[in-house]
Design a protein around this ligand. Structure first.
Ligand code: SF4
Ligand code: SF4
Length: 384
């Protein structure tokens, strides 16, 4: 954060993923925060944390785009940083497989940056607001500097996934699935994510919003051009600018609301200093001007107000008025990945008749974590 009152967020326009354009946009944008050298230096071990949720073609906007990761790697190299790796603990499969699917290894190779698999470091105690410990990945603990390079996407549980949510990949392997049963509501999950951000303390957050994902995110939505990179030391402020660009009240995203309450950053506009590279140096943009130039009102995201208080308690007891996943029978290929990814003991969805029919839900057991929807590789699980 810049000071006690305002966090700087840089909006660097970039129309497409042509490598040189992305590199220049990121270099100029980072220049407004002192350059990448202000966040990592020679002799330090740097870990780049992309969004590698699972293997998908780069055109689907599921993962951070390779051109953005290549630009980060190139800037680090130019700043004399040599010990750099990129890694994630994927929802399904390996980081290498997810990265290969999107062409990330190929893009990072010229800069000598490998894609690594995370290994478990055991239980790390943490005196958090929500979480008492985390099963972190060793590589995250061993890095001097963590650079979070997230993707601008929608999310069934938290409405959007951005900088704060992307850090969940620092939790090792199957412990991520268990976390959903430990923190089943959007609020408890968000508070846990804020605790996690406070524990791993990335030095810098970069959001790939050149092409975002709208609709049935974070893996089955539709790509939509937004034409921006967002850069900040404050993940809450960064995610809040993302919300404003898609005409979503930032307060409706639990990681923003709890993130500010728990001291991670700011969601309120008066506490955000929005900068953009101008022709004669840095230009301060008002949020309204940013929305006018780069916003997209038609962006498809869950905008319904969350019910609170008595409504929530009644809805939980009677299993009513809650979002729920369902299978589109026309798209399901009966692969079973959704069943495997369900973290609930005894599974909240199963094949009723061998694999002759798509899996069916037991909504009484379902905790609405939406892991099944996130992991379905065929866009067959929707939320209603
Ligand atoms: S993961 Fe998707 S395609 Fe596979 S069984 Fe589940 S719903 Fe069907
Ligand atoms: S069925 Fe899907 S949404 Fe329900 S608990 Fe299992 S993975 Fe989560």
């Amino acid at each position: 954060m810049e000071d006690q009152k305002r966090s700087r967020v840089v909006l660097a326009p970039c129309p497409d993923y042509e490598e040189e354009k992305v590199y220049r946009a990121l270099r100029e944008g980072l220049g407004l925060l002192g350059g990448i050298g202000a966040f990592a230096g020679p002799g330090e071990r740097v870990l780049i944390k992309p969004n590698l949720v699972r293997r998908a073609d780069v055109s689907r906007a599921v993962t951070t785009h390779p051109a953005v990761l290549a630009a980060v790697a190139r800037l680090l190299r130019e700043a004399g940083v040599t010990d750099v790796a990129a890694g994630d603990s994927c929802g399904i499969g390996t980081a290498a497989d997810a990265a290969a699917g999107a062409g990330i290894q190929k893009a990072l190779k010229p800069y000598g940056v490998p894609v690594i698999e995370f290994t478990g470091a055991g239980k790390i105690p943490f005196d958090g607001v929500q979480a008492g410990s985390f099963y972190l990945s060793r590589e995250v603990l061993e890095a001097d500097a963590l650079i979070n390079v997230c993707k601008m996407k929608t999310h069934a549980l938290e409405r959007v996934t951005g900088a704060v949510k992307n850090l969940y990949g620092c939790v090792h392997g199957l412990h991520k699935a268990k976390g959903h049963t430990q923190y089943p509501s959007a609020d408890s999950f968000a508070r846990m994510l804020v605790d996690l951000n406070r524990l791993v303390k990335p030095r810098l957050h970069i959001m790939d919003g050149i092409v975002a994902m709208e609709g049935n995110g974070p893996t089955s939505g539709d790509p939509v051009s937004m034409g921006v990179l967002l850069i900040s030391e404050d993940p809450v402020a960064l995610d809040s600018v993302f919300c404003r660009l898609i005409h979503l009240d930032p307060r409706m995203v639990p990681t923003n609301y709890h993130g500010e309450k728990m001291g991670l950053g700011f969601w309120q506009e008066e506490n955000i200093c929005l900068l953009t590279p101008g022709q004669d140096g840095p230009e301060e943009l008002s949020m309204d001007e940013a929305v006018r130039r780069y916003g997209r009102e038609a962006f498809r995201v869950d905008r319904r107000k969350a019910r609170t208080g008595l409504w929530v308690r009644l809805a939980r007891v009677f299993n009513l008025f809650q979002k729920r996943p369902y299978v589109d029978k026309n798209l399901c290929v009966k692969c079973g990945i959704c069943v495997e990814s369900c973290p609930v003991e005894g599974k909240a969805l199963h094949f009723a008749d061998g694999r002759k029919e798509p899996p069916v839900y037991d909504y009484k057991k379902c905790i609405r974590c939406f892991c099944c929807q996130e992991m379905c590789p065929h866009k067959a699980i929707k939320v209603k």
